[in-house]
Design a protein around this ligand. Structure first.
Ligand SMILES: Nc1ncnc2c1ncn2[C@@H]1O[C@H](COP(=O)(O)OP(=O)(O)OP(=O)(O)O)[C@@H](O)[C@H]1O
Ligand SMILES: [Mg+2]
Length: 251
């Protein structure tokens, strides 16, 4: 069977932070409409890898291909223009802004009055209320500040925003603050919805049990090196947990 070309391919990526090599010759691919679980212990290089893909910083070595076309992102904006939307571990919402402002940050709709272009506040509030309602968050007003929201609510708003702007690849880096069981379940639901709408997802988590039910494939990193890449059917969740914990790979 001929295999479809991947949506995204990162080839031979290396990255140093001073003397620390965060990534050493790592290659991954993300296929169309798949959920890829990215696993590995603290400091394995997971966030660094997805930050390179999200345009936060460039790799020192290696290439990125989007639909097999070589791409270089010099900012998150350029990655977003290709449909790569990222929910970072350090949550990507600004506390001192309202929910609605956060939702449209950098992509605010405008309306014109004569030659003057103004923020379309009404549209922002309406669209934002609709989308966050759809992702199951109850807030009194889109003009509430983000600082009052729980970790799960912030995560959901970021995901809602990504899907609203037509993400082709949704990247979720597990938030530092633990989500409640209910919030986690919601995030998993959103991942399934994203895939159903045709997007691919990279999901980073320490908890294999969270990602296992939704994942199609897994990539494991350990100290900047790829140590595993396999389909879900190849390993039980318990085996994968053991591999991550023992730092033993299967490559
Ligand atoms: N901006 C930075 N400056 C210096 N060192 C960094 C920077 N970002 C990451 N590192 C280092 O690179 C290595 C990989 O870090 P990274 O954040 O990618 O790991 P991770 O797999 O996401 O870990 P965690 O599961 O704890 O989030 C670590 O040794 C880390 O200290
Ligand atoms: Mg990280």
């Amino acid at each position: 069977m001929q295999r479809d070309l991947p949506l995204v391919r990162m080839a031979n990526i290396s990255k140093w932070f001073g003397a620390v090599q965060a990534l050493n010759n790592v290659s991954i691919e993300v296929r169309h409409k798949e959920v890829l679980g990215l696993l590995g212990d603290n400091g394995a290089g997971k966030s660094t890898l997805i930050k390179i893909l999200a345009g936060v910083f460039p790799p020192d070595e290696g290439e990125i291909y989007f639909n097999e076309e070589p791409v270089k992102f010099s900012s998150p904006k350029e990655a977003r223009a290709r449909g790569i939307e990222t929910v970072h571990q350090e949550l990507s919402l600004v506390n001192i802004m309202t929910i609605s402002r956060n939702f449209f940050l950098g992509r605010e709709p405008t309306r014109r009055i004569g030659s003057i272009s103004l923020l379309d506040k009404k549209k922002m509030d309406e669209e934002c209320s609709r989308v966050i309602g759809e992702v199951g968050i109850r807030v009194r007003s889109p003009n509430e500040y983000v600082s009052i929201l729980s970790g799960g609510e912030r995560q959901a708003i970021s995901i809602g925003r990504a899907m609203y702007f037509g993400a082709k690849l949704l990247i979720l880096d597990e938030p530092m603050t633990a989500l409640s069981v209910k919030e986690t379940r919601k995030v998993i639901e959103h991942i399934e919805e994203a895939r159903e709408s045709g997007a691919s997802v990279i999901f980073i988590t320490h908890n294999v049990y969270h990602v296992y039910p939704v994942a199609d494939r897994f990539v494991m990193l350990n100290k900047g090196v790829k140590t595993g890449e396999f389909g879900k059917e190849e390993h039980e969740a318990e085996e994968i947990i053991e591999m991550v914990a023992s730092s033993e790979g299967v490559l």
